[in-house]
Design a binder for this molecule. Structure first.
Ligand code: FAD
Length: 414
């Protein structure tokens, strides 16, 4: 009788300690796999922590169909990832870590104290208990000639072999937090076509504000306004005037279609409604009232509540003739043409569009051309607005990749 061959425990290398890499590490280590996780930074989860600074919006409570629609052209691919770990599963997982969640008035979901740090601390404690080996200050540089991973460490370069590797390297935004997109060239050199990385959830520039608007109103918020692009329904919210254009939640929500329009036509013109709650007819009637010796600025303030940055933007964008004609002035207030000419640089964006196309990956998120090499997180080619959709898909993709690696390790022919 021959002894069964005893295989050593498989070993998986994960490069990147953001939410997607950490989630894959948890899945694998829970199944008894030896996991070594490498990150270039002195600590993991830096972008995750930053996301918690203004209030960590980790997912959204809206109904499934509305939720999935947020992923636009990649709805079908992200739906497959979320089928294994959706917003409810994510909340249950957070609760298991001992952190409560709550639903805000907008339907957004937050951890109890709105911070990322307690959650990350509890998660890393669990990782240690599972035996995940975290190696920080270790930058992945590519592969050696015989296929080992090249890592730059504080003691010089090392080569590491693993049974399977997950790349969870993030996109190209906020590179000082670690995700510098150096992986793009490394994967391209291995024959993987990468969809160009572009800014998503980002600000946009105008051709140039007048010095008055720029110097006096950069940083001023425009509240209770709406923006409309082409025939889309107008979206209400707020944005901020910047020295060279606009940024803020309402602009971020429209960033994908604005960017695509600029890519195709060189610019995108939105209709800005400064008073979405006021019907045009009512506004016309109010502005048609005699103003006597009152200045137009005072008249606008009295009759329409327009002053400050809204009045300045009206002066900047409305045709000069409309200021003598109440009907045209009312129409301008309801539909100011705001022309945007370029996105702010990727480094400043909240997230990244483009990356490793799903077509290059199998259902387990393994690169079809490079068996044993998996990818997850923001480095994949998808985008979504803010609202917790980014993190939810990152967690779900990390989980899919972790389970995919397990399946691959079990089925591979030794
Ligand atoms: C200001 C800001 C606020 C945000 N707020 C929210 C929010 O409220 N809700 C939400 O859903 N999303 C938010 N996001 C987006 C969210 O944080 C990201 O989508 C998410 O962190 C991406 O996870 P990831 O694991 O794919 O990559 P990352 O979190 O970017 O992690 C990638 C990791 O890979 C490491 N790495 C990269 N290259 C190498 C290399 N060559 N060698 C070794 N290590 C490497 C990096 O150091 C990093 O730790 C926010 C983002 C920003 C910038």
């Amino acid at each position: 009788m021959t002894e069964p061959t005893s295989h050593p425990a498989p070993r998986v290398a994960i490069i990147g300690g953001g939410p997607s890499g950490l989630m894959a590490a948890e899945v694998l280590a829970s199944a008894g796999v030896r996991v070594d996780l490498y990150d270039a930074m002195p600590s993991v989860g830096r972008k995750f922590l930053l996301a918690g600074v203004g209030g960590m919006n980790i997912t959204h409570s809206e109904a499934k169909e509305a939720f999935l629609a947020r992923y636009g052209q990649r709805r079908a691919e992200i739906a497959r990832l979320l089928a294994g770990f959706d917003a409810d599963a994510l909340r249950a997982w957070i609760h298991e870590l001992g952190i409560d969640t709550f639903v805000g008035s907008s339907g957004r979901v937050f951890p109890a104290d709105m911070k990322a740090a307690p959650l990350l601390r509890a998660w890393l404690k669990r990782m240690r208990e599972l035996g995940v080996q975290l190696h920080t200050r270790q930058r992945w540089l590519g592969w050696t000639a015989d296929g080992a991973l090249r890592l730059a460490t504080t003691e010089g370069e090392i080569a590491v072999s693993a049974d399977a590797t997950l790349l969870a390297l993030g996109g190209g935004s906020w590179p000082r937090l670690g995700s510098d997109a150096a992986w793009v060239e490394l994967l391209q050199a291995r024959g993987i076509a990468i969809a160009p990385l572009q800014a998503s959830n980002c600000g946009f520039e105008v051709a140039g504000w007048s010095p008055l608007l720029r110097d006096k109103f950069a940083g001023a918020p425009l509240k209770n306004v709406s923006l409309r692009l082409d025939d889309e329904a107008p979206r209400q919210g707020e944005f901020v005037l910047t020295a060279n254009g606009v940024e803020g939640s309402l602009v971020y929500a429209l960033s994908a279609p604005i960017r695509e329009r600029i890519n195709r036509h060189g610019s995108a013109t939105l209709q800005l409604d400064l008073l979405p709650q006021s019907p045009l007819g009512k506004l016309q009637a109010a502005l048609s009232k005699p103003r006597g010796s009152q200045s137009l600025a005072k008249h606008l303030h009295r009759q329409a509540g327009i002053d400050g940055v809204k009045a300045a933007l009206l002066r900047e964008l409305a045709p000069a003739e409309c200021f003598n004609d109440p009907a045209r002035l009312a129409a301008a207030l309801k539909a100011l043409p705001l022309t945007l000419v370029r996105a702010r640089p990727l480094e400043e964006a909240i997230s990244t569009a483009g990356g490793v196309p799903f077509e290059a990956l199998d259902a387990r998120l393994m690169l079809k051309q490079l068996p044993g090499l998996f990818c997850a997180g923001e480095m994949l080619d998808w985008e979504a607005p803010t609202g917790g959709y980014l993190l939810t898909a990152c967690f779900a993709s990390g989980r899919t990749a972790g389970l995919g690696i397990l399946e691959w390790l079990q089925n591979r022919v030794d």
